[in-house]
Design a protein around this ligand. Sequence first.
Ligand SMILES: Cc1cc2nc3c(=O)[nH]c(=O)nc-3n(C[C@H](O)[C@H](O)[C@H](O)COP(=O)(O)O)c2cc1C
Length: 426
Amino acid sequence: MKQDGFFDLLVRQVRGDLADLPSALRRRVSDEGRVERCGNIAELRALARRRIPGVVFDYVDGGAWDELTAARNQADLRRLAVLPHALTGASDIDLSTSLLGQPVTVPLMGAPTGMTGIVHHDGEVALARAVHGAGGLHVLSSVGSRTVEEVAGASPGPMWLQLYVSRDRGYVRELLGRARRAGYLALVVTVDVQRAGARERDRRNRFSLPPRVSARALAQGVVRPRWSMDFIRRPRFLSEGARQARAVDSGAGQPSLTSIINSQFDPGLTWSDIGWVQEQWEGPVVLKGVLRAEDAQQAARLGVRGVIVSNHGGRQLDHAPSSISALPAVADAVGSEIEVYMDGGIRRGVDILKAVALGARACLSGRALVYGLGAGGEAGAIRAVNLLIEELRLAMTLAGCRSLSELDPSWVTEVPQDERSEAWNS
Ligand SMILES: Cc1cc2nc3c(=O)[nH]c(=O)nc-3n(C[C@H](O)[C@H](O)[C@H](O)COP(=O)(O)O)c2cc1C
């Protein structure tokens, strides 16, 4: 009798498992299932590496020259220790803040990342939706795979537009007019791309737009059939950036990213051009790519409303300092006058805590979110954002910090380098 009971139970369980098998299997191989099994950004990166061709992965993951600055961004964050306060009763954590007057529930912005349509056809739309879903603000790249109108329409959350000042000022004027009409709240002018940084992985891979169909690329595509089918059916690598690409006379056919940047972006930008941009935009302007306190002070004097302490994720001037090491001096110099943000090397939520403690109002994340996109489209981007926010919330709780406004430099301290401080994702 007892054995029958056990046997019945077993049969019912096996039957139930078999009935659920198709949906469990489907879920296991779905984007949602795959990214759910990634427990941190490093695992999303590893999954993205398996799912997108090496040439595309290298475009996202790479830095300039020796990739020293890219590695330093992460290593210097890891060298900072968090000093917890005991018994603060930190059960409810408030991550809300405001960005140029716009309330957000998390101190996270999607960094502008160009041409993400080659990673996944949803590209910037997926990134914006992921960031908005978590209560953050997205900064759209001016060389996106989608137009400013498309992204604003598909993800109606707070958006800023990033601008590379093109030599063609008529184009800039037209783009700003369209962005204003589409509801973008602020303009982020990137000031660290006078010329293209020397990204040696892209040079070795002969990375071009549209991607070259070489024997190597074909081989990489064959072993990544989902990416290849997606790319063939819905090729979306350039849209807002298409004008720049078309204007390049590459002779050889497909322009490289370097040739687009070097022929279209204005290498001679000065402070007076910032004045021109402010006049055209008629709204708040933020500078991205500031590493010196005196540059931030100059920006504040000119009425710029914020600066992003950034070295472009180590993709431009290699051998520049890490963003986190440059942040305190900038925040000390202008933190009470204008808003200061930071990007570069954010791979754990606790990194955001450290940056806020050293004077950033919020952080931008570039690669972490694009790894998510490569790992599983919009589901992957959502997973990346959620991981960063969950980790930040846990770090705040364990540090005994109830709200971002409590953070100041006393919460972090530099510790000697140990082997685990090195970048983990080499
Ligand atoms: C694939 C990729 C594309 C990027 N495109 C742009 C861009 O179009 N405009 C820009 O200002 N910065 C661009 N960046 C730099 C990011 O905005 C940001 O500064 C950098 O990624 C931060 O470092 P992290 O990747 O370590 O988070 C790009 C970065 C990556 C990884």
